[in-house]
Write a protein that binds this ligand. Structure first.
Ligand code: FE2
Length: 107
């Protein structure tokens, strides 16, 4: 299977961590690569990374559980960003949520 086939196969994946996305996953890959190309036209390696950044999710097709291959990553040791998917209802019991040291978002 070529890399482009792998990118296109992402359209068959229902990403449980991104249920609010209603366009094909390959669209996200091309959108990311194009956005990087617009901002960094001289960094072709960066554009490629944008295109393939989610292909690891295809490991779900071979039996890896989705929790291990999809989802957001976020910094810890600071305030959780509001952009984290399901932040509003999945972080309620996280003790860091109430830690006064973590009242700022790291940028
Ligand atoms: Fe992505």
């Amino acid at each position: 299977m070529s890399m482009m086939d792998t990118v296109m196969s992402l359209d068959e994946l229902v990403d449980e961590s991104d249920p609010d996305v209603d366009f094909p996953n390959s669209f996200h890959a091309f959108q990311t690569a194009e956005g990087i190309r617009r901002e960094h036209p001289d960094n072709d390696w960066f554009q490629l990374v944008g295109l393939i950044h989610d292909v690891g999710k295809t490991m779900a097709f071979w039996g890896e559980p989705q929790w291990a291959v999809v989802g957001d990553t976020f910094p810890v040791g600071c305030k959780f960003q509001n952009s984290i998917v399901f932040r509003g209802n999945t972080f309620l019991d996280n003790p860091d949520e109430a830690n006064p040291k973590y009242k700022y978002v790291r940028l």
